[in-house]
Design a protein around this ligand. Structure first.
Ligand code: PMP
Length: 287
């Protein structure tokens, strides 16, 4: 029988069908909130301290108060993973500014930010199979606001880009800025490998979310003595690259074998991407 899923909603653990928020929650009305996604492996959260640090930063940038201590939040996340008996999957955390009569400006009398935590199992084998095949990517014009460094739940351009990829038979869309450079994927960071075996990804200074997988992978590269260039690249450079891949917490390193219909390298997952995928968790922190 199907085990019912449990969500944490504002202080309570509830069955999914009873888990709901107020329709005047500012997350629902204005996308006025932030989120994090952590990978779960063997029932443990991957790189949780880094995710919580980024969460704090996102909240700070939006001037949303942290409604509970980080320690308490960590307990809740563990509890949601445990109650849903997740071995492999993801845990999702969302904090919104809270419930108030609809008005664009912040509530004048302070409200308590709303906290939701959910978790779900993913198929490890399915993910491995996708990585073994590699994925297709399309490029689309960058149309997001400049504050993509904030991990906000306001994801409309990302949603439309991902759907466009789906309809083109691809898995991810890479945004291309007005100067002709790839910024990042709709839900991942973008990477290529040059013919000389140098790994290239855009600097986290501007135009991208500072991915946690990206940050850890940079440490993996240093440990494996693979050289890194933090600089932007164009779709044209990517078409001619030896390899390409994307990173995200739910996918770790996912090889890209096709961009805008053009095969990358020999059209199969590259050796560096595959190696990085295998080595990643030796360098990850488990909670
Ligand atoms: N960029 C965007 C726009 C994303 O949505 C994500 C995944 N949440 C990433 C990059 C990758 O970040 P992370 O490695 O922290 O999951």
């Amino acid at each position: 029988s199907q085990m019912s899923r449990i969500a944490y909603v504002n202080g309570q653990y509830r069955e999914m069908r009873d888990a709901s928020v107020n329709i005047e929650d500012r997350g629902y009305q204005f996308s006025d909130g932030v989120y994090e996604v952590c990978e779960i492996r063997d029932g443990r959260m991957v790189d949780l301290p880094r995710h919580l640090a980024r969460l704090q930063r996102s909240l700070h940038e939006l001037r949303i108060d942290m409604p509970m201590s980080l320690a308490a939040l960590e307990v809740v996340m563990h509890e949601v993973v445990r109650r849903n008996r997740i071995g492999y999957g993801i845990v999702y955390l969302q904090i919104t500014r809270g419930v108030a009569r609809r008005d664009h400006a912040f509530p004048t009398t302070p409200v308590r930010p709303a906290v939701v935590v959910t978790a779900r199992s993913l198929s490890f084998q399915k993910n491995q199979d996708t990585a073994a095949r590699g994925i297709g990517v399309i490029t689309v014009p960058e149309n997001r606001w400049p504050r993509v460094d904030i991990k906000s739940v306001s994801l409309l351009p990302n949603v439309l880009a991902k759907q466009q990829a789906r309809e083109a038979g691809a898995y991810e869309a890479w945004f291309v800025d007005r100067d002709g450079f790839v910024t990042e994927g709709s839900s991942s960071n973008a990477w290529i490998v040059t013919g000389e075996g140098r790994v290239v990804t855009r600097s986290a200074d501007e135009g991208i979310l500072a991915g946690i997988t990206r940050a850890v992978l940079i440490e993996v590269l240093a440990a494996l003595q693979i050289s890194l260039e933090e600089r932007p690249f164009t779709p044209e450079e990517a078409y001619g690259a030896a390899e390409a891949f994307v990173t995200a917490s739910s996918q770790i390193v996912m090889p890209v074998v096709r961009i805008d219909g053009r095969p990358i390298g020999d059209g199969t997952p590259g050796p560096i991407a595959s190696r990085l995928r295998e080595e990643f968790h030796r360098f990850a922190a488990f909670s």
